[in-house]
Design a protein around this ligand. Structure first.
Ligand SMILES: Cc1ncc(COP(=O)(O)O)c(C=O)c1O
Length: 425
């Protein structure tokens, strides 16, 4: 007799579904499809030759330790390199404050495991990163969403939700996923002060901070928390846990991210990580260290900024050229995404289907909202789409936006807009 598996699944799996984006990525494999769907880096910027050299060096010089089990906190030279690289963003952490994770996604899972009891509330931006919702949902999180605008999280709306005592807040200050917005400097100051006043910790997720294409870098929340409120204590205490990753600067296939937190939090996360995977791949950490060292990462990030900055400009230009005037979009200063707002009442599912028929894909906005009340009615989500501009080549971006504009126009007018023959892309 075969087991009825579903009746044996744990209660915590109830209501857990696959990410709409993962499902969508399957459709985007179709030949001829131009995808603005995933958050994929451009494969043409992967530093393949440097990886080849690094793998060879690691295997010829360090195989006994690179292929062995390693420390749960991560390979020490890599943690030191990360700590040293972060100083240019003002983060003066020691290796003891840094734990390597299997991507930032694992950091989110471990944070959920560490902090969330069933029914605990997490304060989020609306919209927010879908993967964080997926990570926290498993632990039974409930949510309170606060809307964002062009300057990021609307801090003037925070007092009431903070007073009601959420477990922590999850914030994306730089080139937010999905909206591409950046939290202004004034709001950053306000946010750390409010969080401190109400004793609510902040999880600052920053995968895109290094990918700025214009303007000046703004201080991370972890730096403002320390400088404004805890000058004498270094990183031994603090109200902010900071996350980042090599996924967007080297390659997401590495699955390498990191957490910066006070040592006692790192200690507890380390115990939880032992149960999850013992440690992140030793070999991958050795290779990433060899790739990133001696200033290579800095040079490489400059190249990525140039390429993605150009792609962003091509997308903005094409939107301006092809989209009807009733549609608006954000102007991200960095990162991988922009956020399009369509007139209220648009049938997003029909638009998505029609775009797929035209061989162009995007992610409908409702995926990025938690299921809670204000700041997040599903009507609000249903008039947005997230567009990624890092993955497709410039000529594909232009053609993709042209196709998408035709799909949008026909949804808005209820007619079919006939495209001339698609350009070869
Ligand atoms: C905001 C945010 N956090 C975390 C992640 C996960 O990144 P990683 O590849 O490091 O797991 C992503 C990936 O796109 C992201 O956009």
């Amino acid at each position: 007799m075969s087991t009825a598996w579903t009746s044996r699944y744990a209660l915590r799996t109830k209501g857990i579904t696959s990410s709409q984006i993962r499902e969508l990525l399957k459709v985007t494999q179709k030949p001829g499809m131009i995808s603005f769907g995933g958050g994929l880096p451009a494969p043409d910027v992967f530093p393949v030759a440097r990886f080849e050299e690094a793998c060879h060096k690691v295997l010829s010089e360090q195989a006994p330790s690179a292929l062995q089990y390693g420390e749960t906190e991560g390979y020490r030279p890599l943690r030191e390199l990360i700590a040293s690289n972060m100083t240019r963003y003002g983060i003066k952490a020691e290796a003891e404050n840094v734990m390597i994770t299997s991507g930032s996604q694992q950091a989110l899972d471990l944070i959920g495991k560490l902090f969330i009891n069933r029914g605990d509330r997490v304060l989020l931006e609306a919209p927010t990163y879908l993967g964080a919702l997926q990570a926290f949902n498993v632990y039974g999180a409930e949510y309170e969403s606060v809307p964002i605008d062009d300057d990021g999280l609307r801090t003037e709306l925070l007092e009431k939700p903070l007073r009601s005592g959420p477990k922590f807040m999850y914030v994306l200050p730089n080139f937010q996923n999905p909206a591409g917005t950046t939290l202004s400097e004034g709001r950053r100051h306000e946010l750390v002060l409010l969080a401190d006043r109400y004793g609510i910790p902040i999880v600052e997720d920053d995968p895109y901070g290094q990918l700025r294409y214009e303007g000046e870098h703004l201080p991370p929340l972890i730096v403002l928390d320390r400088e404004n409120l805890r000058r004498d204590h270094g990183y031994s205490i603090g109200n902010v846990i900071y996350l980042s990753t090599f996924s967007k600067t080297l390659a997401p296939g590495l699955r390498l991210g990191w957490i910066v937190a006070p040592p006692d939090v790192i200690g507890k996360l380390t115990q939880l990580k032992q149960g999850a995977d013992l440690h992140t791949s030793t070999f991958t950490q050795f290779v990433a260290y060899e790739v990133a060292r001696d200033g290579f990462l800095d040079k490489h990030v400059k190249l990525i900024r140039k390429i993605y900055g150009e792609r962003r400009d091509v997308m903005l230009q094409a939107l301006q050229e092809f989209f009807p005037p009733t549609v608006t979009w954000t102007h991200p200063k960095g990162g991988l995404f922009l956020w399009v707002t369509l007139p209220a009442g648009i049938d997003m599912q029909a638009l998505f289907k029609s775009a797929i028929k035209q061989n162009v894909a995007f992610v409908p906005g409702d995926s990025f909202y938690a299921n809670d009340g204000p700041g997040n009615d599903s009507m609000e989500g249903s008039r947005h789409m997230r567009l990624n501009f890092s993955n497709a080549a410039p000529e594909q971006i232009r053609e993709g936006i042209r196709r998408l504009a035709a799909a949008v126009k026909s949804q808005l007018t209820g007619t079919t807009v006939r495209l001339k023959l698609p350009l070869e892309v």
